[in-house]
Design a protein around this ligand. Structure first.
Ligand code: CP
Length: 299
């Protein structure tokens, strides 16, 4: 039987997402009720981090522990991973010792090669191109607050990054639309858009992209690994901050999301992220719950 991986949003069908979302509701309820639930007793997750993390590490590690299993953290400093061992070899070895693997790395090609040589499911914990676990949490958070996301409009304000590409794939699967506004020089790379995806519209002006939106979302402007470009980015992104004026253009019941970490006064104004439309703390917490459902499903 083919091994099921979660390397990008398009790896799952709508039926699979609906199953995982339903399981998330149940697993979250158990967590809130302090109910012991150990479907992954004696199972082991290995987490490979080539880039830093707070939320992803914490949610996978805590989640695996809460499901009765164990999580092992590996990074490139304290293992052989940063010393030239081929990812194909690392995948073979890890997948003979563990039941599931999460990888945070640079290029999607690396995780694709890793998955090809793994005997167990591999989850993408972020690559330069995709961040499917975060978008799963975001979609779940939207559904929790507002019901179905089908037919809704999501405004993406910021550069074309891994979150945007995952949102574009999710729009195709769940049947919603994305209004995209990226600064000049940070536009969508068409090679990362699924052919035939017509579920998005590009706007030159970020305020226009917010008109009629049910959800406005952005991300940190300085992505991991691009810190040296910070000054140039801040200049290019002038005017792209999600502030109260932009939220006013969205629907009255629009939500605001940010996958965090956030920089108040850069990509988002404090009045928005700390305001009544913001659901960023639920969004962050839901990483834990959706990933527990994902781990249960894949293992
Ligand atoms: N949102 C997110 O992936 O956070 P971390 O980089 O802290 O894992």
């Amino acid at each position: 039987m083919a091994i099921k991986h979660f390397l990008q949003v398009s790896d799952f069908t709508l039926d699979e997402f609906e199953y995982v979302i339903e399981r998330t509701r149940i697993i979250k309820r158990k967590f809130k009720n302090y109910e012991t639930y150990h479907p992954l007793l004696d199972r082991t997750l290995v987490m490979v981090f080539e880039k830093n993390s707070t939320r992803t590490r914490l949610s996978f590690e805590a989640g695996m522990q809460q499901l009765g299993g164990a999580a092992i953290y590996l990074n490139t400093r304290d293992s052989q991973l940063g010393r030239g061992e081929p990812v194909e070899d690392a995948a073979q070895v890890m997948s003979r010792m563990c039941d599931i693997i999460m990888v945070r790395t640079f290029g999607q090609d690396i995780i694709d090669r890793f998955a090809k040589h793994s005997r167990v499911p591999v989850i993408n914990g972020l690559t330069n191109e995709h961040h499917p676990c975060q978008v799963l949490a975001d979609v779940f958070t939207y559904i929790e607050h507002r019901g179905s996301i089908k037919g809704k409009t999501v405004a993406w304000i910021g550069d074309a990054n891994n979150m945007l590409y995952s949102w574009l794939q999710a729009a195709q699967v769940f049947g919603f639309h994305v209004n995209v506004s990226t600064p000049k020089g940070y536009e969508i790379d068409q090679s990362l858009v699924t052919p035939g995806n017509s579920n998005f519209t590009v706007f030159a002006n970020p305020s226009d992209a917010c008109v009629g939106a049910d959800l406005v979302t952005t991300d940190v402007w300085t992505s991991m690994g691009y810190e040296e470009e910070n000054a140039a980015r801040l200049k290019a992104f002038d005017g792209w901050i999600v502030d109260g004026a932009k939220m006013q253009r969205a629907n009255a019941d629009a939500l605001f999301m940010h996958c965090l970490p956030a920089h108040r006064g850069e990509e988002v104004a404090a009045e928005v992220i700390d305001g009544p439309q913001s659901v960023v703390w639920d969004e962050a917490e839901n990483r834990l719950h959706v990933q527990k459902a994902l781990l249960e499903y894949l293992v």
